[in-house]
Design a protein around this ligand. Structure first.
Ligand code: 4AD
Ligand code: MG
Length: 477
């Protein structure tokens, strides 16, 4: 008896006696045809039941969602739509499924409904394809860094510092919420807390990655990060995964080259290895597009979009150039933007980013050299004294995918910046040490993993590309 995955069986075109598979029934038609799926591929295998020799009680238990163990032989299929099928010799019901109440019926469900059933939604083609792609992209990311001389490091999840200085953090404490210890001023006394200080879930592993880059040379982190920003958008999660490489002796230009090469490499990987899932998602999108007005339809299919990114250079544009483009563009002049761009120094909103990538350049764009005062404290100040060596990579349909920079390696400049922003030197004493002992030019970036998965799968809502999304007012499952 050969036990096999469905993916493996479907890839064979020869006959095989004595095979066995285990999986979940997608549909059971005419008391005869089971469409079986085991997660190994988007495709089901057809299992033909010999209903005359199967007892009625067992036939009744072959329902959508049931887990079954099938033994039989692999034969050339008589029917259309598949080249091989299984002639069932025996079927054992491993787990019954109440067909009436099973939420995943063999029909179209809304994504909202499926989110409420996130524990079962990977029983659908769309979500199983998305999650296989997510897994594949993770693997491709590790493969890329491994092959390019990077060390994978694990940065802490619990931290005492706010890397992005945005203050949107989740507190970690084991103090009694109803009755916390207080200090002389009547404030909560965190000295009595578990770590003896205020701690939070990390928003980024960058600062710790910098420490390791300054000894191991090239490192990256790939872990969960947490942000308590109350933005209920289709592109924000409270818990998301971030990939953060950090490289010693690399400047901003090198950082851009790395980010571009990296993204192209991982996207090529899925074009090569996840063809069937991509084709399924592409046809799903084409269906969805049909219900949209002509003007809003995309002129490229999913696979074409991915190929376009892989085959074309990202456009590199300075913040100053971008402001000029935006100031003179139609939606700005006609006051169609919510935030009108009237002068240099304005922070770019997603409407502006989308105009640049989707209307003006129509390709991924790397914006660099932003005004110092709209970016984080650790970014390298340029010689002009007002811009920093920051870069954001913007993608059509997604907006900001990557945020990164060359880091301020000069102790005096960094200290001054921290002072101006009221950042406690004592808290970041170790970060300053890196500038005291063998400081060097270094750079890195952060890629929001879920935004990459959105781009690669064509899914429109970030909640649909992570298994169990965490968003404001939602931590079910
Ligand atoms: O631009 P950000 O805030 O950059 C940093 O955290 C740097 N410390 C990274 C570095 O230089 N090592 O975040 C990086 C990326 C964003 O470009 C975006 O793709 C993603 O993380 N991101 C989010 N993704 C989902 N939900 C959120 N709430 C996100 N916030 C940021
Ligand atoms: Mg950013």
């Amino acid at each position: 008896m050969i036990s096999s995955t469905i993916a493996n069986l479907l890839s064979k075109n020869n006959k095989l006696q004595d095979i066995e598979v285990k999986g979940w029934v997608r549909t059971f038609r005419a008391k005869r045809f089971i469409a079986l799926n085991d997660g190994s591929t988007i495709n089901n295998i057809q299992c033909v039941v010999d209903f005359e020799n199967t007892d009625e009680a067992t036939l009744k238990r072959i329902t959508t969602g049931a887990a079954v163990h099938i033994k039989g032989s692999l034969t050339e299929s008589q029917g259309k739509g598949q080249s091989v099928e299984i002639q069932v010799k025996s079927i054992e019901i491993l787990g019954d499924s109440d067909a009436e109440s099973f939420p995943i019926q063999p029909k179209k469900h809304s994504f909202e409904f499926l989110r409420e059933n996130a524990h079962l939604r990977t029983r659908t083609n769309t979500f199983s394809a998305v999650m296989r792609l997510r897994s594949s992209l993770s693997f491709a990311i590790h493969k890329y860094f491994n092959e390019n001389g990077f060390y994978y490091m694990h940065t802490p999840i619990i931290t005492g510092s706010d890397a992005e200085g945005a203050g949107e953090m989740f507190r970690v404490t084991n103090l009694d919420a109803k009755n916390p210890p207080l200090n002389e001023n009547g404030e909560v006394n965190y000295k009595e807390d578990f770590f003896g200080k205020e701690t939070n879930l990390t928003v980024s592993g960058q600062l710790e990655a910098e420490a390791y880059a300054m000894s191991l040379g090239k490192v990256y982190t790939f872990g969960p990060t947490f942000r308590a920003e109350n933005s209920n958008t289709s592109r924000h999660l409270a818990e998301f995964w971030m990939i953060e490489p950090e490289v010693a002796f690399m400047d901003l230009a090198g950082n851009m080259d790395l980010a571009e090469d990296f993204m192209k490499s991982v996207l090529s990987y899925i074009l090569e290895h996840n063809r069937e899932d991509l084709e399924f998602l592409e046809s799903r999108l084409l269906d969805e597009e049909k219900s949209k007005p002509q003007a809003e339809r995309s002129d490229m299919s999913l696979i074409e979009k991915i190929k376009f990114v892989v085959d074309n250079n990202f456009k590199r544009v300075s913040y100053t150039e971008a402001i000029e483009i935006l100031r003179d563009c139609k939606p700005n002049k006609k006051k169609k933007f919510k935030y009108i761009i009237d002068q240099w120094g304005a922070d770019l909103q997603s409407e502006h980013e989308r105009y640049l990538v989707e209307k003006h350049f129509n390709c991924p764009v790397i914006l660099f050299d932003y005004p110092a005062n709209i970016k984080a404290f650790y970014m390298r100040l340029n010689e002009d004294g007002k811009t920093v060596r920051a870069m954001d990579i913007l993608f059509p349909g997604i907006g900001e995918m990557v945020g990164g920079s060359q880091r301020e390696e000069r102790l005096d400049v960094l200290k001054e910046k921290m002072k101006a922003l009221d950042i406690d030197e004592e808290e970041l004493w170790w970060y300053l040490d890196l500038r005291k002992y063998g400081t060097a030019v270094h750079s890195g970036f952060g890629l929001g993993f879920e935004r990459l998965v959105m781009f690669a799968t064509g899914m429109g809502n970030i909640r649909d590309v992570i298994p169990f999304p965490r968003t404001p007012q939602n931590a079910e499952f």
